[in-house]
Design a protein around this ligand. Sequence first.
Ligand code: RB5
Length: 148
Amino acid sequence: MRIGIGNDHVAVEMKKELTAYLENKGYEVVNYGTDSSESFHYPISGEKVALAVKNHEVDLGILICGTGVGISLAANKVNGIRAVVCSEPYTAKLSREHNNTNILAFGARVIGIEMAKMIVDSWLNAEFMGGRHQIRVDMIGDIEKRNG
Ligand code: RB5
């Protein structure tokens, strides 16, 4: 599985640690974020990862900024993207099973690396359940079509 990862200047170290963690598990990780501590505008990498997911260059995306909020807001502006901010594994798991999220976001100023790993594992190991949840996810897509 190919995972696109993006970040701003706040999350360079967490991005690098997570990349190594995921590669060690056999995932292919594509870096769309900054590797510099110079101030970096998070919408840039939020959009890059969102487009990579939308265009099937990668299967799923992970975004990290200070809180996970700004970068996920940017990603969610791309049609077909369902990005969720998580600070614990339960929401991450349910966001895949019920909401079919295709981007996971979190904050390097909010959680530590070990919690980030648990959240990522929980999200990647979960599967969309479809059924009644598909109807609701389709309704979210309809909102995009009506208001895009
Ligand atoms: C950068 O200072 C900070 O605003 C950014 O990392 C993120 O938290 C925005 O949502």
